[in-house]
Design a protein around this ligand. Structure first.
Ligand code: KIV
Length: 262
């Protein structure tokens, strides 16, 4: 997969699939799947480190996870998130972050929003680094939104997101994530832009879908947003395997003679 394929898949109306990956272990498994591309999302701060939001992600954290994913999935196109405020402090700090993420093995960077950092996006693109945009419920702005809430619900808000999508395209982004927006807005953006839209909670009329791997694997039984479908119940599977191990250790059933060195 390259950024050329993103555009080609949109033109040919073939859906793009993307999942998050944060570590070598899962990247290696996903590298053997048909998934088109991987996102080292700043959701790593929540999923892997237990922080309450993505605001706690740092460049060092993203570099650490990107390196592990690149080692585990050398055959996949890897997008790495630019963490909170790294693209809002001016061109030089933004480019230092981009340099570190690309050096860690990313093939593209993703950043949230557009207004106020158009110059940064343009500069990254013109430096030869593919940029994926991210609009709608941009988690780095949850305090501005008052929580994890669907965005673009009224006419004005929808128009604003549509304009931002146009701006991202003009700035040279190769694709855009649309997170938690009404399906008709996502459809309108998808229909009016040349770059692929990747939805999460944005309905079916987008060019691709992305989910957090641990969410689609059902690793957190408490997390049940409307948009999420669990394709497995790994929380139960893991708990049950570990409990089986615990029981067999305590019942002196593990290890057996066959599992011991004589
Ligand atoms: O960080 C992340 O996991 C993301 C996806 C939800 C799109 O940005």
């Amino acid at each position: 997969m390259t950024i050329i394929d993103f555009r080609k898949m949109k033109t040919e109306k073939r859906k793009i699939s993307m999942v998050t990956a944060y570590d070598y272990w899962t990247a290696q498994i996903v590298s053997q799947s048909n998934i088109d591309c991987l996102l080292v999302g700043d959701s790593a701060a929540m999923v892997m480190h237990g922080f309450p939001s993505t605001l706690q992600a740092t460049t060092e954290m993203m570099v650490f996870h990107t390196k592990a994913v690149a080692r585990g999935a050398p055959n996949k196109f890897i997008v790495a998130d630019m963490p909170f405020l790294t693209f809002r402090k001016g061109l030089q700090p933004a480019m230092i972050c981009v340099e570190k993420l690309m050096g860690a093995g990313a093939h593209a960077v993703k950043l949230e929003g557009v207004y106020g950092h158009e110059d940064v996006i343009k500069h990254i693109v013109e430096s030869g680094v593919p940029v994926m945009g991210h609009l709608g419920l941009t988690p780095q702005s949850i305090f501005k939104f008052g929580g994890f809430k669907v965005q673009g619900k009224n006419d004005q808000a929808a128009k604003d997101i549509l304009n931002q999508a146009k701006a991202l395209q003009e700035l040279g982004c190769f694709s855009v994530v649309l997170e938690c927006v009404p399906g008709d807005l996502a459809e309108k953006i998808t229909g009016s832009s040349n770059i692929p839209t990747i939805g999460i909670g944005a309905g079916i009329h987008v060019d691709g879908q992305v989910l957090v791997l641990q969410d689609l694997l059902g690793s957190n039984s408490e997390f049940k947003p409307k948009f999420l479908r669990r394709f497995a119940e790994t929380n139960e599977i893991i708990k049950s395997a570990v409990n089986n191990f615990d029981r067999e250790v305590k019942d002196l059933k593990f290890p057996s003679l066959e599992e011991s060195y004589l």
